[in-house]
Each structure stands twice: as structure tokens, then as C-alpha cells.
Design a protein. Structure first.
Length: 467
């Protein structure tokens, strides 16, 4: 029964996310064509700036709430009500602070007003995010998928209306706030069926919760330094046009990394269950999860290398042609993030979030230094290269921590077999590149999955998650 629930939620969430991603990319396409490089660069600057504050608002509450409600006999209503109330009030203070700080930065007046408008949307999204742990425990993430898809539809419709009526840049930003409200209301309503979350006031309980979540909060802050600070640094050191070129490719990365986060999030309760009681099952689940992530990460990289120009042309138009090369670099970082999502969740399940915070702190310091050196010299190429280097470094360090605690390392044999299958896929793509895209893509994907099966990388009858 558990296997079927995980499979159902994974499939429904994946389908919904694919739909959501397509909606998001169409929305980006409308924005880029309407705003141009400079306008889209300004919009991306607002998002990157507010993302930093959203991480401060998180306080690490989401991960701790998921872990705590997954324990046997947990008081779900108490845990989630306190986590939600604390997140809502603290987030309100943080997103009031954001536009006040923006006033003192060397941004245009339009960007500063946009930060104030966008902060409303980020506050709504922040409040919804902490509730997602409820759906993960009950394996009802399809509800989250519905809420997110609905908000994407709303934003696309609003952006289309703004473009049609030529209402200007700030109204484009306002669509973010309205779609965020839709997402929050739906997630809140869906959550009440499983855990009736209420607003509560208990500073003593909150202090205890913050003490537990603080290492994760620090980790999240360091993650944002190398996940979004590159865009902020680019906006301060280079033109809005450069930010626009980089951000189109980065938007694709942001949409793709949802899939591993979603899948690993469904497995997180099992990691939490076995981390303290059964290392054998813990490592078994980890290996199966790693294999599944690997099977999808490598062909994603291969396909992007061959299709990046077409992808960028379809999404953003000819004005953003330079983004194709940036995408080819960032897709490598995307693949690495697939495994970073797995390893970071494993470390949290093992209760070693303090070590995770140190890894992220080191990664942040390295990323900031590398960006400081590369961006002035190589602009968005430098930012993209820094992202790849940092993600690789952090992921390797996380793997080392897991090995020290559990003696688990991902199977190199599976990696080499999957790389061989991906290599065959690349050869098919190369030799069929002069034929139609449909034929080249279809044949290469077919060859890849046949190779996956024949090489014994995964036997479909054996792919199941331990109960």
C-alpha cells in the first residue's frame, strides 16, 4: 500500500509539475518578449533579492516540522500550528524589512517599488511552504501539485492580461503577489482535512522549536548565498541585460530541481524512520533513491546539450540567444543538485544538521569568493561556472559526512553503467541531428531506456520502497 501511495504521489506530482513548468516557461516567454533583456533583468533582480529574505523567514521550520510529525505518536496539530504561526509572524516582519533595505541599495526606483509589491507574494508563498510537510507525511502531495498548478494558471492569465493591456513592469510584478495568494489559500484549505492548523501564541514553545531548527536556518542562509547571491552580485556588478540573459537559463534550473526535491521529500519519512533504528534499510532506501535520480539526471544533461538553443528560442525568443550557452553550463549544476537534495535530506534524518550548516557555510564562502573573482571578468559565464563548482563541492562534502556516519556510498558501478547508457543516447542524438527533432529525441530516449534495462541498472520488478 505504501509503495502504491508513493508511486501515485510521485506520478501525479511529476505530471502536475511538468504542467506547472510548462505554464511557468510560457509565462517567462511572455515576460521576456514584453520586458526585453533589461526589463526581465530587473524583474529577476527583484525575485533574487526577495528570495534571500524568504530564506531568512524560513527559520528551518519546514524540515524540522516534517521530521517531528513523522515520529511515532507525534502531536501533529500542535507541531504544525506552532510552526505555521511562528513562520507567519516572523515572515511578516522579514518581508516588511525587505523593501526598507532595498531603499538603500543602488537600484532604480522601479525596482525598489517592485520589491515592496513582490514581498507580499513571497510572504504568501512562505506561509504555504511550511504546511507542505503535512501532505508529505500523508502522501497527499497531489494536493500541493493542484495548488501550485492553479497558481501558475492564475499568474499566466494575469501576465497575458498585463501584456495585452500594456500595463507596465510593476503590474507584471503584481501578478506574483496575486498568484502567491491563490497558492497559499489552496494549500491552507487542503491542509485542514489532515491536520487542522490554527493560529497559536506560545513563545516558550517557539523558543524550543527555534533552538532545534536553528542549525537548519543557518544552513538555508548559506545555501541562498550560493543559490541566489550570484544573481544579486551580477545585478550589482553588471547590467540588467546581463542579469536577464543569466536569469532565463537559471529559471529553467529552478523549475527542474523541483523534481528531485519532490521525490526525495516523499522518501524523507522513511529516512527519518530508519536513521535511528535500521542502518541497513536506511542505506537500501538511499541506494534505490540514488539510482532513480541518476537515471533521470544524466539524460537531462545530454538532451539539454543538444537542444539548448531550441529551448531558449522557444521560451524567450531570439533576443536571449546567449542564454543557451549559459544553460549548457547550469544544466550540469542541475544534475548535481539532484544528488545534493538526496544527501542533505539524509543528513537531516541522521540528526546531523549542525554539520550540514558547516558544509553550507564553507560552500557559501567559496561561492562568494569565486563569484567576486569571475563575475567582473566573465559576467554571466562566471556566475554559471561558480554555481557548478560550488554545487559539486558541497555535494561531495555531504557524501563524505554520510559515509562517515553510515558507511554508505552510492554505487559507482551503477554510475558508470548509467553514464554508458547516456553516452549511447548522445551518439544517437549526434547521428540523427540532421533529421527531425521528434525522430532524434524519440530515438535517443528509447535507446537510453533500453540500455538502462539491458545493463541491469534498474530492474522494474525490483523498484520498490521498503515499508
Amino acid at each position: 500500500m505504501l509503495v502504491k501511495k508513493i508511486a501515485y504521489n510521485t506520478i501525479v506530482s511529476a505530471i502536475s509539475r511538468i504542467a506547472g513548468t510548462l505554464l511557468a516557461l510560457v509565462t517567462v516567454g511572455l515576460m521576456t518578449r514584453y520586458l526585453g533583456q533589461n526589463g526581465f533583468g530587473s524583474y529577476s533582480t527583484i525575485l533574487a533579492f526577495l528570495y534571500i529574505f524568504s530564506v531568512f523567514a524560513d527559520l528551518g521550520l519546514y524540515a524540522i516540522a516534517v521530521r517531528e510529525i513523522s515520529k511515532q505518536g507525534a502531536n501533529e496539530q500542535e507541531i504544525m500550528s506552532h510552526a505555521f504561526s511562528l513562520r507567519l509572524l516572523f515572515g511578516l516582519a522579514v518581508f516588511i524589512l525587505a523593501p526598507l533595505i532595498a531603499v538603500f541599495l543602488p537600484y532604480s526606483f522601479e525596482i525598489k517599488i517592485g520589491v515592496a509589491i513582490g514581498a507580499i507574494g513571497y510572504w504568501f508563498l512562505s506561509n504555504a511552504q511550511v504546511l507542505i510537510g503535512i501532505f508529505q507525511k500523508y502522501l497527499k502531495t497531489d494536493r500541493v501539485a493542484v495548488a501550485e498548478t492553479a497558481s501558475r494558471v492564475v499568474q499566466l492569465g494575469l501576465v497575458a492580461f498585463v501584456v495585452w493591456k500594456n500595463l507596465g513592469f510593476l503590474m507584471i510584478v503584481a501578478t506574483l503577489a496575486l498568484s502567491g495568494l491563490v497558492n497559499f489559500l489552496l494549500v491552507w484549505l487542503f491542509a485542514q482535512k489532515y491536520v487542522p492548523v490554527k493560529l497559536v501564541w506560545n513563545p516558550v514553545y517557539w523558543k524550543k522549536m527555534i533552538r532545534e531548527s536553528f542549525p537548519l536556518a543557518i544552513s538555508a542562509i548559506f545555501v541562498l548565498i550560493y543559490f541566489k547571491l550570484d544573481t544579486v552580485m551580477l545585478s550589482l556588478m553588471k547590467s540588467a541585460s546581463d542579469v536577464g540573459i543569466y536569469s532565463v537559463a537559471y529559471k529553467i534550473l529552478e523549475n527542474l530541481i523541483y523534481f528531485p526535491a519532490m521525490f526525495v521529500g516523499l522518501i524523507m519519512p522513511l529516512f527519518s524512520k530508519y536513521a535511528s533504528s535500521n542502518y541497513f534499510e536506511f542505506k537500501k532506501v538511499a541506494q534505490k533513491t540514488f539510482a532513480i535520480l541518476l537515471i533521470f539526471a544524466l539524460p537531462m544533461v545530454v538532451a539539454t546539450f543538444f537542444l539548448s538553443k531550441l529551448i531558449i528560442s522557444l521560451i524567450a525568443g531570439g533576443e536571449f540567444f546567449a542564454s543557451a550557452g549559459v544553460l549548457n553550463v547550469l544544466i550540469i549544476a542541475t544534475a548535481i543538485i539532484f544528488f545534493g537534495s538526496l544527501f542533505s535530506n539524509m543528513i537531516v534524518a541522521l540528526g546531523k544538521q549542525q554539520v550540514l550548516a558547516k558544509i553550507y557555510a564553507f560552500g557559501a564562502a567559496v561561492n562568494f569568493s569565486v563569484n567576486l573573482f569571475l563575475i567582473p571578468r566573465f559576467t554571466y559565464w562566471g556566475a554559471a561556472s561558480s554555481t557548478v563548482f560550488t554545487e559539486f563541492l558541497v555535494t561531495v562534502l555531504m557524501a563524505a559526512v554520510i559515509y562517515r556516519a553510515t558507511k554508505y556510498l552510492p554505487s559507482l558501478l551503477i554510475f558508470f553503467k548509467t553514464a554508458l547508457a547516456a553516452g549511447l543516447m548522445a551518439l544517437v542524438f549526434y547521428f540523427l541531428k540532421e533529421s527531425s527533432l521528434l525522430v532524434a529525441a524519440g530515438a535517443s530516449v528509447l535507446i537510453y531506456f533500453i540500455a538502462v534495462f539491458l545493463l541491469g541498472i534498474v530492474r522494474f520488478g525490483e523498484v520498490k520502497i521498503t515499508k
